[in-house]
Design a protein around this ligand. Structure first.
Ligand code: GTP
Ligand code: MG
Length: 183
């Protein structure tokens, strides 16, 4: 890359998907504003936050789109998904059903986004709420999650807590890095 290109600002769009209540909004609030609330307020429709990042020699504006997990609040069409550079899937490690929904979110994203090479589209997986009950209420093992990731073509995996701010920066930084590889 030449000097002019390396100074270019890059806008990367990441879409966060997963069942209602897994902590999508909380993860984004922790990542961008460093705040957390135990109060649950369902996301309606979709909204984005941005964060400026320096990745190697590039200035990146990361645009992270929060979406509604509750079906009745979902309002995103295919046109919206189509601009995505990365999809971050989130489940709650204490709720098996939220893990079992991942295939649906994954396939539905690809169906709507319709990227040129779906088999290599960058996904990242976040297993959230690892802080709950000191890990005693876990319903999905790390092994099960990493096997799922392997089955989808080496999807990077992070175990996170939006509450305790564990691995949140790392997960979104990874999303930003792999987003650069999207066609
Ligand atoms: P929808 O907007 O309905 O799709 O839900 P969401 O995925 O955005 O979930 P949200 O971030 O609103 O979090 C749901 C609830 O879980 C809230 O009460 C949060 O405080 C709580 N929560 C989120 N992340 C964590 C976490 O890491 N640990 C704990 N203990 N609670 C969390
Ligand atoms: Mg939300």
């Amino acid at each position: 890359m030449d000097a002019a290109n390396s100074r270019k600002r890059l806008l990367l769009k990441v879409i966060v998907l997963g069942d209602s209540g897994v902590g999508k909004t909380s993860l984004m609030n922790q990542y961008v504003y460093k705040r957390f609330s135990l109060q649950y307020k369902a996301t309606i429709g979709a909204d984005f936050v941005t964060k400026e990042l320096q990745i190697d020699d590039k200035l990146v504006t990361l645009q992270v789109w929060d979406t509604a997990g509750q079906e009745r609040f979902q309002s995103l069409g295919a046109a919206f998904y189509r601009g995505a550079d990365c999809c971050a899937l989130v489940y709650d490690v204490n709720v098996a059903k939220s893990f079992e929904s991942l295939n649906n979110w994954h396939d539905e994203f690809l169906r709507q986004a319709d990227p040129p090479s779906p088999e290599s589209f960058p996904f990242v997986l976040l297993g959230n709420k690892i802080d709950v009950d000191g890990g005693h209420s876990r319903a999905v093992t790390e092994k099960r999650a990493t096997e799922w990731c392997a089955s989808k073509g080496n999807v990077p995996y992070f175990e996170t807590s939006a509450k305790e701010d564990l691995n949140v920066d790392e997960a979104f930084l990874c999303a930003a890095k792999i987003a650069q590889t999207a066609g």
